[in-house]
Design a binder for this molecule. Structure first.
Ligand SMILES: Cc1ncc(COP(=O)(O)O)c(C=O)c1O
Length: 434
């Protein structure tokens, strides 16, 4: 939906805070979004997805190095220049007198960030805790729930390795039992994934951990169906949304989940070191914080933010990133990312029968992330070749059951860059690796 100039600029102004000088980049970002939105008009997201006049304005909000092609925006994303600048400005301001500027002036502004993140996710602000990343959010859940020896937890062998490691440590320490299930890539259906979780459940199962979208192939999992199936059995479901939030449109009520952890330095384009933990109000008493909080905070979501001295600048800059995200709009962002995905994936699939894409190319099951494999070209050597010879950054995925190159463009990726990647791949597919 197009946003008016006044709404856009007042949003940016509000996120920057009235008491501090406005960084030079802010008005530039606002002007770029305004120009982009004027170019967009009322066209639907799908139609706008291939319009370079619109997306080149968005791209200019980022200070990217165009001597290389970054197709690993899944690891973490650059922040738009004005978002970075907002953080740097606050760091400088803090440093003048941290005990006052950081603690008294900047830290209380976390409440605006909480309110806006809750509005985006679709929960109450009292259910939203700001963390430093998805790992912190999810480990709060993993180590925070009371479990007895012999209690069981079900996860897939495609959950994020750090989360699996966390559960394994808990199993060593507390003698809980982990059940790891496998599923094919791509899976035959969403129902098949739900059924695999269901079959792993026993009378001792207490928790399922589900990845909303996997970091391996970019597969979107049927979270709501898994949550419903588990809730009927009194089982908690922890959702790892590290790659999902602000990547494609959804809200809490679409998932019906009670717990959700995400990073904000991936798809919201907030500064590195930002994330959130959502815990439904009535569930908060049952999840201990990672760092201790007083009993009076048992039912206060801020207990998950009792992490000691930390920069306020990083989490406050989330506000500028939310405003930027809203300026584009979730539907437009997802439509662009899907167009970029299809542009390289369908071209490579058509180029050679040895190419396979292990990610379903449809809107329900994937968005900007996809995994490609070329029979006869070892993944790690292919990744090294693309980077060392062509300055194209991709991610090698080496899972015991499959492997391939993970390709993750961003909203600043141009069609030319996607085509450069495709051409380079076609060349190496035809001639082989040097
Ligand atoms: C699925 C998934 N979960 C959790 C994480 C951890 O995120 P962070 O390193 O930001 O804590 C990642 C990181 O890539 C991820 O892909």
């Amino acid at each position: 939906m197009p946003v008016s100039r006044r709404a856009l600029l007042s949003g940016i102004g509000a996120s920057l805070g009235a008491a501090l000088p406005r960084p030079a980049f802010a008005s530039d970002a606002g002007a770029r979004l305004f120009r982009a939105n004027r170019a967009a008009g009322a066209r639907p997201a799908g139609e706008l997805a291939g319009d370079e006049a619109y997306w080149s304005e968005i791209a200019r909000a980022f200070d990217t190095d165009r001597t290389l092609v970054n197709l690993n925006n899944g690891g973490c994303s650059p922040a738009p220049a004005h978002v970075l600048e907002a953080m740097i400005r606050d760091l400088r301001f803090s440093n003048e007198i941290p005990v006052h500027h950081m603690w008294n002036v900047l830290e209380p502004r976390i409440e605006s960030v909480r309110r806006e993140l809750a509005a985006e996710f679709g929960c109450d602000p009292e259910e939203m805790a700001i963390t430093r990343n998805a790992s912190e959010a999810l480990e709060t859940l993993i180590f925070g729930i009371d479990l007895q020896p012999g209690d069981e937890v079900v996860l897939t062998n495609q959950n994020y390795p750090r989360m699996i490691t966390s559960w394994e440590q808990r199993a060593r320490r507390d003698r809980i039992v982990l059940r790891q299930i496998s599923f094919p890539v791509p899976p035959p259906s969403a129902a098949d994934i739900v059924e695999r979780f269901r079959r792993a459940i026993t009378p001792r199962t207490r928790v399922l951990e589900v990845t909303h979208i996997t970091n391996l192939t970019g597969q979107i999992l049927p979270v709501r169906d898994i949550v419903r199936m588990a809730r009927d059995r009194g089982i908690e479901v922890f959702v790892d949304g590290a790659h999902a939030f602000a990547h494609f449109p959804f809200r809490r009520d679409d998932l019906e989940c009670d717990y959700y952890g995400t990073s904000l330095h991936k798809w919201l384009f907030a500064p590195i070191g930002t994330g959130f933990l959502y815990v439904r109000r009535e569930k908060q008493k049952g999840i201990w914080p990672l760092m201790a909080a007083p009993a009076s905070m048992d039912e206060n979501v801020r207990k998950y933010e009792e992490i000691g001295t930390h920069p306020a600048a990083n989490h406050n800059a989330i506000a500028a990133a939310i405003t930027f995200h809203r300026g584009i709009g979730s539907a437009r962002k997802a439509a662009r990312l899907r167009l970029l995905r299809d542009r390289w994936a369908r071209r490579l699939l058509a180029a050679d029968r040895r190419v396979s894409v292990l990610t379903p190319l449809n809107s329900a099951e994937s968005c900007g992330i996809a995994l490609v494999r070329v029979e006869g070209l070892p993944t790690e050597r292919l990744q090294a070749y693309l980077w060392e010879r062509h300055r194209i950054m991709t991610t090698p995925i080496l899972h015991p059951e499959f492997d391939g190159l993970r390709i993750t463009p961003n909203v600043y990726t141009t069609l030319d860059e996607i085509d450069r990647f495709s051409e380079t791949m076609e060349g190496v597919i035809a001639r082989g690796l040097p």
